[in-house]
Design a protein around this ligand. Sequence first.
Ligand SMILES: *Cc1c(COP(=O)(O)O)cnc(C)c1O
Length: 431
Amino acid sequence: MKLYSTNNKNLNISFKEAVFTSFPSDKGLYMPLQIPKLSDLFIRHITEYSFQEMALEIAHSFIGEDIPKKDLERIINETISFDAPLVLLEDNLAVLELFHGPSLAFKDFGARFMSRLMAYLSDKNDKMLDILVATSGDTGGAVALGFLGVEGTRVTILYPKGKISEIQKKQLTTNGQNVRALEVNGTFDDCQALVKMAFNDPELNSKLRLTSANSINISRLLPQTFYYLYAYAQAVKKNKKNIVFVVPSGNFGNIGAGLLAYKAGLPVKHFVAATNVNDTVPVYLQKGLYEPKPSVQTLSNAMDVGNPSNWVRITDLFNENLDSLRNFISAYSFTDSETMSGIKELYDTYNYIACPHTSVAYLAAKKYNQPEDFTLFLSTAHPCKFMDVYPENLKNKISIPEQVKQLDYKKGSAIPLENNFSDLKTFLMNK
Ligand SMILES: *Cc1c(COP(=O)(O)O)cnc(C)c1O
């Protein structure tokens, strides 16, 4: 697999380089030079494949000879170790649950695949890979659990003290092994600034092999194509046609992966992007003007993004053509009070409790609503990660998955850190 930069079509970079650098120095994003074509035979017989087998099919067609198929198969079996079931709500409406992994959010797919890939692509005599992540909650958990116990790697997570939920804190601080948590006396932006300074520090970079496990890494995007195939196969098994995916979107990586699967030949009729009031993309599709803005805090906080980093990948896939984007992607935005009504309606109508991000997707699915289509909205996180959002009568009905119950018995430990780069540097150099 070779890659170019969205800012330089002549760049021709190896897969390994793209994985370890995350993004090109020209500040574009890596894209595959060639989008493979899934065979008609495979698509026609897709229901006969297991989740892991279809994942291998698409991953191998993208990555090609950079990873021998049997090694890729092992990486995929370790990544896809949990289900992504399609739950039918009505004849033409279903929810795809992507939250059955260790951190209870769809980011597990990307983080697990990336961690194993980085370990695999490292040379035996490479230094230990030091992953530095700043998190406002969700990403850190997926990355920590993705790399947990992966040989040749070490993760250091920086999170803002007092600004993440109890469950998120447990997920970050109870791991042990090769995962360390630093509790920063500051905000998320401070954590991010500290991490940036570390990447720009020559002394640190000469001593350590630092990487960011960034969310725009191509190795986080690829595994997100897997569940679009699996969802499609589950829909076909139920004799559904005209499949429409509705994706709750923030940085637009998730929907970008769906569009990549479509470009590789997955028969999808239409995509719908669902956002909260951070509506840069819906406004762009409506007015044709891309105007990024500062993010606004909402109930669906993993989608509070004013300048979605993966959007350039999507316009690139459509050759920057606004009309073809509009023909194939609809986008709607919703307020917090609409999000709460969506949660209530899903419960009252279908006895289904959704997280706030999923509720936004449900509202967009209803707004798009074409009776001849089978509309499938993605559920990106388990509701128990957002307990504070729910009214009492729903709170009691949210089942707590085993992954979270077990955390109650574990004692968390974090190392306190002042918002001060030289303290971080000393820590990284000496521990
Ligand atoms: C990250 C995240 C999203 C947004 O996904 P993008 O790929 O950034 O569009 C939606 N829901 C949840 C729960 C998330 O953690």
